[in-house]
Design a protein around this ligand. Structure first.
Ligand SMILES: Nc1ncnc2c1ncn2[C@@H]1O[C@H](COP(=O)(O)OP(=O)(O)OP(=O)(O)O)[C@@H](O)[C@H]1O
Ligand SMILES: [Mg+2]
Length: 503
């Protein structure tokens, strides 16, 4: 009995989708996926409710449910969308305790871990997991997430891009076993539009591998931004109607919290209904006069507010295809994931481009990303590099530092290479890092300028000692110094394409 339970323990993979608005954990035991959603089968809202008289905050649905009633009350503070600011380093004081954002985010990780202990006690402890990240997250954000997870006692096995994990979750859902999808050849574009970010990834599945061919991530252009635009619109309507000038208008923070909550609710409602009403008593006071707020917004009105952003998002999708030299006919499936992708206007525009049959309806869209991460965690798949990373030499040839297929294991993915400086006239040597693409083309990724001596007659005398490595957060680092000048410089590259081998 104990042996078999130990076996289960060692053979389960956890994946965590820590989202701006919602977070969820999934587990995979080699046969079956379990997603630890809440009692309503929904992911847990990433809302943290601090109460002045309590040691620990309330997290998740319970916190979100109480925003409206308590946000205006003394002794209560709600923190939302902490992921969007996770890397910020300033101290925040909440009821006498000082936090960094990563400390606040760790409360969500802690909640997710405890929730499994409390409600799913037959599962092992969530002590390690594959954690998903948006495409634009660089080293600072990844380190902050790692810290938040570790503070909650969860080791991050590896990071994986959110839309990439979504594809794995989708394939497993569709084919139910690796065996069945190992012979697949497909190009899938994923459009993951959440609360904080829009992430677009083109992936190719072929030869038992799944590769990212193109990525683009856009922070602050997602659901939270739409809530804000809707609030700004409603405020201007309110001001016009009541003849209140912008200079006189300021919402107290409690009402602002309620307003944000209700604006989000209306936005969601407008995906299914033609109209939505917002009703807030004591919305605003000026010169001893109190104003209530009542507005019924129509779907077309909301669409006119967001149309430009939705069109831009679709343009970004097309740019990812163009940048990867892929045309629409080469795309077999389109996955629309994330809450903001439920907006009908987006769906209409995507249908127009790809045709309705390519846009795959997804049942488990709330948990797809964490499910993909759990599968990666179970198999211990290690990401590899999709295209070679090269240094451009002075004769324009490319010197391969890491090759396509090289595993991004920090223990191995490191190299030391010495180059000669061939032009010291500016006092700087330039290391141009490029990603070699198909057909011998290359795409410049970054440039590192290293100080060198200007006065040497023999230009080949100064060497550039360079180190190249991937760290545990999968960030590519180049560190170089001139052998004579001696000043070290560093550059980082986080937007490389990752791949996974599954067969
Ligand atoms: N039916 C809907 N119509 C429009 N927007 C919706 C709908 N349902 C949810 N949303 C919005 O989607 C966002 C949440 O989506 P999701 O849970 O995918 O985000 P997240 O994963 O937490 O964020 P991110 O991936 O950006 O970190 C919120 O802004 C929410 O208001
Ligand atoms: Mg998300």
């Amino acid at each position: 009995m104990s042996i078999s339970s130990n076996e289960t323990r060692s053979s389960i993979g956890f994946g965590i989708d820590f989202g701006t608005t919602n977070s969820v954990v999934s587990a995979f035991n080699g046969r079956q996926i379990t997603s630890f959603t809440d009692e309503n089968n929904l992911p847990h809202p990433s809302v943290i409710w601090f109460r002045g008289d309590e040691e620990e905050p309330v997290i998740g649905r319970e916190a979100k449910k109480n925003i409206r009633d308590y946000t205006n009350e003394p002794g209560h503070k709600f923190v939302r969308s902490i992921k969007s600011r996770i890397q910020e380093q300033q101290e925040i004081e909440i009821f006498g305790k000082v936090y960094y954002n990563a400390d606040i985010a760790s409360k969500i990780f802690q909640f997710l871990r405890k929730d499994i202990q409390n409600r799913f006690s037959s599962f092992p402890d969530l002590s390690e997991a594959v954690v998903t990240i948006p495409l634009y997250f660089g080293g600072r954000q990844r380190r902050a997430i790692r810290r938040a997870a570790e503070l909650a006692g969860i080791r991050v096995k590896t990071f994986i891009h959110e839309p990439f994990a979504a594809v794995i979750g989708y394939l497993f859902e569709k084919y139910q076993s690796l065996e069945k999808f190992k012979d697949l050849r497909k190009n899938i574009i994923v459009f993951d539009w959440g609360g904080g970010t829009l992430d677009i990834t083109l992936v190719q599945i072929a030869d038992g591998k799944i590769n990212e061919l193109g990525n683009a991530g856009f922070p602050n252009r997602a659901g939270d931004h739409f809530d804000e635009m809707l609030m700004n619109y409603l405020i201007s309507q309110f001001q016009d109607e009541n003849n209140i000038s912008s200079d006189d208008f300021l919402l107290n923070s409690g009402v602002a919290g309620i307003f944000q909550n209700d604006a989000e609710f209306s936005k969601i409602e407008l995906s299914d209904q033609d109209k939505s009403s917002i009703n807030i008593f004591d919305f605003f006071a000026l010169r001893n006069e109190s104003y209530d707020f009542f507005y019924a917004i129509k779907k077309e009105e909301f669409e006119s507010i967001i149309r430009k952003d939705v069109e831009d998002a679709v343009r970004n999708l097309m740019q990812v295809l163009n940048a990867s030299n892929t045309d629409i006919t080469q795309i077999h499936e389109v996955l629309l994931v994330g809450g903001t992708s439920k907006i009908p206007l987006l769906r209409e525009l995507v249908y127009e481009i790809f045709g309705i049959s390519k846009v795959i309806p997804i049942q488990n869209s709330n948990t797809l990303i964490s499910e993909g991460a759990a599968i990666i965690s179970f198999y211990n798949w290690q990401p590899y590099l999709v295209s070679p990373l090269c240094v451009q030499l002075s004769d324009d040839t490319l010197f391969k530092v890491f090759d396509a297929g090289d595993l991004l294991d920090p223990a191995f993915a490191q190299k030391e290479i010495t180059f000669f400086c061939t032009d010291n006239r500016s006092g700087e040597a330039h290391l141009i890092i490029s990603e070699q693409q198909d057909l011998g083309k290359s795409k410049e990724k970054t440039l590192l300028s290293v100080p060198v001596s200007k006065t040497l007659q023999n230009i080949y005398k100064e060497k550039i000692n360079s180190q190249f490595f991937f760290d545990e957060d999968l960030v590519f680092t180049v560190s170089a110094r001139g052998s004579i000048k001696g000043e070290a410089r560093q550059a980082f590259l986080q937007d490389v394409c990752y791949g996974l081998r599954f067969a």
